[in-house]
Design a protein around this ligand. Sequence first.
Ligand code: F6R
Length: 240
Amino acid sequence: MRWIKVKDYEELSEKAAEILMKQLESKPDSVIGLATGGTPIGMYQQLVSRYERGDISFARVTAFNLDEYIGMGKEQPESFHAYMEHHFFGHVDLSETSRHIPDGMAENLEEACEAYEADIQASGGIDLQVVGIGQNGHIGFNEPGTSFQSRTHVTELSASTRRANAKYFNGKEMPEQAITMGLQTIMKARSIVLLAYGHEKRKALDQLRTGTITESFPASCLHEHPNVTVLYGEESEGED
Ligand code: F6R
């Protein structure tokens, strides 16, 4: 695992965007795994600016998002479909048919999970996966106790995750379940970049660094992956 400390959120976002750009330079038809949440917003802003300057194209890229809440359609602003449209897809040339996000509205969720795995495989597999980390060590929505062998599945969100993400729901009821890529799905990516920013991630990062590999701390599976970069940093005093 390669650990890179950044001085501020801007640097985190720039470095993450650079890693993605390098990937696309070496393979313009890359398959990219994408995350939502607060942390990658700056990376998406960077990528959109670079696209608008003509420095990068996503025309040949295929994208797979990590997760989506169950019961949330794309018209709901809190859905990850809406997030991706707002922060990234709506601004770049990544074709609609090449954007994949788990279907939280599927009638048959089990079938939707299997189809998602099959689509990832059919694309040739993920070249570069972006992940964030939850305060409880989740990656995707693989909560503590999830099997390292897990594939795309339906998961119950933990109390810790629901507390942390309540801020995105403005007092509205938060879903209790999500569809998420599994830990095995994430581990099959050829390279992984983990983004973590802010003091509330310090404990999780400390635990990740100790290197104890256990299903009670899902991100610890990353120790067994040959190509993981952790970009991390914290606000300086007085900064939010
Ligand atoms: C998002 C996802 C989650 C987040 C994690 C951190 O697609 O899968 O694992 O990456 O909860 O979220 P933020 O960035 O909001 O702290």
